[in-house]
Design a binder for this molecule. Structure first.
Ligand code: ADP
Length: 737
């Protein structure tokens, strides 16, 4: 069997990979006339420039054998034992040289044989080579550091507690062995350097030091469908162009009326339009409970006596197809740190294919899940699902093999990548404000606790015009590297999945490499930009080489995108600045909600009260907002003002004070007022303690009168209305692609 002829991780940089794709394409063009004709036809189909003339399909019926593979894969045993990673061996010679710049390169070929799987990795895969070679150095007497200087002492191996790794255990074990680190499968009495949790930060409550691969519970909360939609929507209000990668969404049940009205208006205006919507339960996953509708009347809002919390979303009707099948992309994103923000994207990911040829939604096919939903967990039950021993065929493939294929049709894959990178950075920027509040509540500064990092699973759909669309972000992406297979009638067994292993072991191993306590010291956060937007993300040789030099890890499969692209994206971090002010006034450690006294202190310290906005008005504002948010916002279960409510208040104050300015400038102007006032009070100054009032009812403190201000929440609802207005063009846009 041949495993992918193009594998991003075989190259030192993304650019090497593009170069390789280019060369392969050139080589293919000469002899393969048939292929050339096909490619030309499909190039025309796919080229974004000729979008209007593109047919819906990227069908490639015959695939040339392009197996100039650097990875050979032999038949794989179906009965691999759980611990087979122990049997990994490194064969072959390995001659390494230390370059002047201190980059450690593997110059000779090296084979990594996985016993039991019959799999041989030829380590042009510099990622492997580098790990092995560096590790060998540290295991023995480490002669050289990354910077080329000599050191004399032996480094103790990094310790990893894998006792809570759950379904990611297998991939974690392989990663640890490749790194020659030390695994503690049943935990350890003394602290480990790294804790790997399968599900949540709270899997082990007793960690007081080291690093753990999950952020506190806020990450799971924030990535539920409603909260993600809310966070992105706030950004869409402020930056509609920048955040148009997320389909228009309505939150149910609270926006049911709005949704119905807008769809009715849309249809009244243009009876030819037939938009389709996808309904997703808030806490659903793996396609559970998802259905398509064409009429709001078909919404199943009630389940038993309960109103279902859900998101209803515009359905992307014209996705890019391969072999007539819809597919989506699962990309792994490492949030290495929230403060300062550090984001890495894995250069390799998965593509998951539907198992029934795609047709645009019609009343007849709305219920065809194998046609419309790409979830592996659903399609695996289709008779058409193809488990493949190769990474570039079957119903689950590597992203690089799909990119390769698109590249061979003339698609500008650099552009696709840079659009995806932008989507990822913008999404994380939308999530960060809430995450910071949760983080501080769980691990307040000064309290002993681990530092956190987390791998997120981004699900992305490519539209026919190649625009990436965010479907969802998974806080707990599956890291399982086996899949269930019926080995004989009725007998199911977990068998190794080559494509999952190929992708996920790389992601975990390189995440560990980045979290290596010794490495962390070397990764200073540099080149924080000045906040001015710039046009493009440059995915080119130069930038990747520089990244390689800076990191001394040229073949890491995780590519740093932030702070690397700070300059292009920093201007989007407006809500985060509001969250910073909110955090400053929270006052009591461990809480996520601002009491009335804290809010007053905020108004006073930021010098926001004046003759037309008294402290009494501030109190009423507080009551009004917290009341209106109760029951609708994610942070409204306890009393007090959560971040979302504070943001509402901030929007209101900004609109009131800077009426004449556009929304974004209103906010930035108010932020400047606040930041200047707070700076003047010195960074160290804390708001007055307000412990006793934190959760008190403000009404009883000063006022029991009903709010009389123009409702800011209503004002914002109007903004939502305004934001929801352009449904028509957008729905058309979708239909036109
Ligand atoms: P889940 O968490 O249940 O997997 P997703 O949001 O990922 O929910 O949706 C499941 C599947 O539905 C996706 O993998 C994708 O194939 C399809 N899908 C989701 N949202 C849309 C959309 N807006 N347009 C088209 N297809 C979508």
């Amino acid at each position: 069997m041949t495993c992918p002829s193009v594998n991003v991780r075989d190259y030192h940089t993304m650019s090497d990979y593009y170069e390789k794709v280019k060369i392969e394409l050139q080589q293919m063009k000469a002899p393969g006339e048939a292929a050339e004709t096909e490619a030309a036809a499909e190039q025309q189909q796919l080229s974004p420039a000729s979008e209007s003339s593109v047919s819906a399909d990227v069908s490639l019926t015959s695939r040339r054998d392009i197996s100039r593979s650097s990875i050979n894969e032999r038949s794989r045993s179906k009965s691999r034992s759980k611990g087979d990673g122990h049997e990994r061996q490194v064969n072959g010679r390995q001659v390494s040289d230390l370059t002047v710049a201190g980059i450690y390169r593997v110059s000779n070929e090296q084979n990594l044989q996985v016993k039991g799987t019959g799999k041989i990795f030829k380590a042009k895969s510099a990622a492997n080579g580098q790990v092995e070679s560096c590790q060998r150095q540290t295991e023995e007497k480490c002669e050289h550091q990354e910077d080329g200087s000599k050191v004399g002492k032996k480094r103790r191996p990094v310790t990893v507690d894998s006792s809570k790794a759950k379904t990611s255990l297998e991939a974690l074990k392989l990663s640890i062995r490749q790194l020659k680190w030390k695994e503690f499968p049943i935990g350890r009495r003394t602290a480990c350097d790294i804790y790997w949790h399968g599900v949540s930060f709270h899997d082990n409550e007793n960690i007081v030091s080291g690093q753990v691969n999950k952020f506190p519970a806020g990450m799971i909360e924030m990535l539920r469908k409603i909260n993600l939609s809310r966070a992105v929507r706030t950004m869409q209000e402020l930056f509609p162009e920048e955040y148009n990668f997320y389909p228009r969404s309505w939150i149910l049940p609270e926006e049911y009326q709005l949704f119905s009205t807008q769809v009715r208006l849309l249809k009244d205006n243009d009876s030819t339009l037939k938009p389709t919507f996808i309904v997703k339960p808030d806490n659903g996953s793996q396609g559970d409970g998802i259905y398509l509708i064409r009429d709001p009347a078909d919404l199943r809002v009630i389940s038993g006596s309960q109103v279902k919390q859900a998101v209803v979303q515009e359905y992307i009707q014209k996705p890019l197809l391969i072999d007539k099948l819809k597919f989506d992309i699962r990309l792994y994103v490492l949030v290495r740190s929230l403060e300062p923000l550090e984001i890495y994207i894995a250069k390799e990911g998965l593509t998951r294919f539907c198992t029934e040829p795609y047709q645009e939604p019609s009343q007849k096919n709305l219920s065809h899940v194998f046609m419309h939903l790409t979830n592996y967990s659903l399609n695996v039950h289709s008779g058409n699902f193809v488990h493949s021993d190769s990474c570039n065929t079957g119903s689950k493939r590597t992203f690089s093999s799909v990119l390769y294929r698109l590249g061979s049709k003339g698609v500008d894959i650099k552009k696709v990548w840079s659009d995806i990178i932008a989507l990822v950075i913008k999404t994380v920027i939308a999530l960060v404000p809430e995450l910071k509040v949760h983080y501080q509540a769980d691990i307040p500064p000064g309290k002993p606790g681990p530092t956190c990092f987390q791998i997120l699973g981004f699900d992305i759909l490519l539209m026919k015009n190649l625009k990436p669309i965010l479907l969802e972000v998974n806080s707990n992406p599956s890291m399982r590297i086996e899949h269930e297979q019926e080995v004989s009638p009725g007998v199911f067994e977990y068998v190794p999945s080559l494509v999952d292993e190929e992708v996920k072991v790389g992601v975990i191993r390189d995440t560990l490499r980045l979290m290596d306590p010794a490495q962390r010291k070397q990764y200073g956060v540099t080149n924080l930009g000045d906040g001015s937007p710039e046009n493009a993300i440059v995915v080119d040789a130069e930038s990747d080489e520089k990244e390689g030099l800076a990191d001394s890890l040229p073949s890491l499969c995780l590519k740093q995108v932030f702070p690397k692209y700070t300059k292009q994206f920093n201007y989007l971090r407006v809500v985060e600045r509001i969250a910073t002010i909110f955090l400053r006034f929270l006052g009591v450690k461990g809480t996520m909600r601002l009491g009335p006294t804290g809010f007053r202190t905020f108004i006073r310290n930021c010098k926001l009260s004046n003759s037309s906005f008294s402290m009494a008005s501030a109190d009423i504002l507080y009551i009004d907002i917290t009341r209106r948010c109760a029951g609708t916002l994610p942070d409204s279960r306890e009393a007090g003002m959560g971040l979302q409510a504070f943001i509402e208040a901030f929007f209101y104050l900004a609109a009131r004070r800077f009426k004449a300015l556009p929304l974004r400038e209103q906010l930035v102007s108010l932020l400047e007022v606040c930041e200047t006032s707070l700076d003047g009070q010195g960074h160290g100054e804390k708001p007055r303690p307000h412990r006793s009032h934190t959760n008190a009812n403000p009404a009883s403190a000063h006022y029991s009168a009903p709010p009389t201000l123009n409702s800011p929440a209503l004002t914002r609802r109007h903004q939502y209305h305004r934001w929801h207005q352009p449904l028509q063009p957008s729905a058309k846009g979708n239909a036109d692609n």
